[in-house]
Design a protein around this ligand. Sequence first.
Ligand SMILES: Cc1ncc(C[n+]2csc(CCOP(=O)(O)OP(=O)(O)O)c2C)c(N)n1
Ligand SMILES: [Mg+2]
Length: 614
Amino acid sequence: MMLPPPARRETVRLTTGQALVRWLSVQHAERDGVRRRAVPALWGIFGHGNVLGLGQAIAQEGHELPLLQPKHEQAMVHAALGFAKAARRTQLHACTASIGPGATNLLTGAATATVNRLPVLLLPADTFASRRSGVVLQQLQDPAAGDVTVNDAFRVLSRFFDRVARPEQLLTALPAALRVLLDPAETGAVTVALHQDVLGEAFDWPAEFFAERTWTIARRPPAQEELVRARELLAAAHRPVLIAGGGVRYSGAEAALEAFQHATGIPAAETSAGKGVLAPGLLNLGGVGVNGTAAARRIVEQADLVLCVGTRLTDFTTGSLSLFQHPHVQLLSINVAPADAHLLGAAPLVADARLALEALRPSNGAPADRPDVIAAQAEWRVDAAGRPAGFDRRAVYDTVNAAARSGDWVVAAAGWTPGDVLKLWEVPPGGHAHLEFGFSCMGHELPAGLGIRLHEGPDPEVFVIVGDGSLLMAPAELLTAVQVDLKVTVIVIDNAGYGSIDALARDAVGVSVGNRFVDGEGRELWVDVAQLATALGCEGVHVEDAAALARALEAARTGTRTTVIHCPVADGDIPPSGTFWDLGVPETATDAAVRARGAAALERRRASGQRPLV
Ligand SMILES: Cc1ncc(C[n+]2csc(CCOP(=O)(O)OP(=O)(O)O)c2C)c(N)n1
Ligand SMILES: [Mg+2]
């Protein structure tokens, strides 16, 4: 018997770069029946490592993959992360950089992504795979390892890493990369390094590689055994509290959380990444931890059960493990990532936050009264009621907050602002917050705001609140805002230096070096921020009181351009949470006053109640 001839496989001849762009353009992601492009845009700065192999590919194949040009490689990753946060991790951006410094400029962005569990696809160019030219421009030479390049530095920062040394490796590298990016438990920075010669090499690709593909972002249901244990713990708890993290936002579990709280009467506090997920009302304790409210501290300190939802439980949340004071406290942790669900000896509930909260919600029974919550909330309202004496940073937050409406975003990342916003900002119903306090990376705020704008379209305001130090680290993206027509409203809180670090040092040991913006004679440096903004094509405004700020915010909302509002502020006080934070304290010093302060700081550590939870 004759066998039929093998079916002829249809192939398409493209370079590696062209195949990459065509493949990215046909990937989709679907969650809850809603299907979107998985990677709808590509950011890039070109150099000799990627301009031919990828630049030409974008020109030929990129009609469905818009190219966005930042002014610094790190900033494009921050922009991508703002976009991914707004998209609740159902979509992401890709970022390409040239070999060498272009690639290494991505590293801080990679770390910010992985720490925050936010997806971004990094495509740094790499050396010649063939080595036909010997050592190439911008190559790191490692005398002990012939195959090491600067891109190996991405390995520790990436949730998936691959280096494409032959065109056909894309066939497995790209699906593996996107699988990790769209997996809620694994996501973070994903790096696919692309040798500059291989990018231009042609290959006969199977045509089906470029067929439209839809990746399902499945909601992982809780396992029965873990649910049974979780229900037992909840039933036995007398003073439970819930800590809501970024996982609530990524899962879109806000309504499920509100229903759960309504049914159980359990109060909740939110982490920086979770800011904005709680419904208003008595059961909303506000921010938790070092930058949280005193109400949250009082309730969490006394809790016998802490139900953690989508949180990594960092030291700012746990008060360096001092916050959980109940002698028999038990943690119960809902998280899609098994490692996070098991943190601090928690009983794990490895699941999607929405599904887990729905499964845990009791169908009958009345919520328990919580007089402790009523008392803590009332006390905090008194603590927090103080109004600013002059134009201090509190006055700035109050004024911007009053201007925020449904749908609007507030963005903060480093310095005083993310903590202050966690504590004081009232997210209006339907509003959003992006506090990047996982890596707390200076320079994140402005580009992240641009990424959020890309996702949200023209309607809501995106308030980017940034310190003078943080703005100076990445002001160039103001030009990107103009160029790509992405309007944000940047509020610059100018205290002539790294104010939060200055205060930290003074409070802890009474000595602060290198934290003020002063010249050799100790005179404060004056930066004309409004003029800086104007020079880069934005609207620059200088204000010196709350009324002028309110007017500038109104004009910014109705205007069409990015506005930068320069707010030189006086020192002022923000009510403390009273939560401990552990620092590296000098145990000895030549100065007696420093020794005394150091001793006091060590005593605070001893008295904090800090203890390991295992
Ligand atoms: C990239 C980066 N470098 C250093 C730090 C450490 N750091 C945290 S806050 C801060 C000062 C920020 O200054 P500014 O933006 O003016 O805010 P302020 O502290 O004055 O509120 C520094 C240097 C950081 N978070 N990120
Ligand atoms: Mg400052």
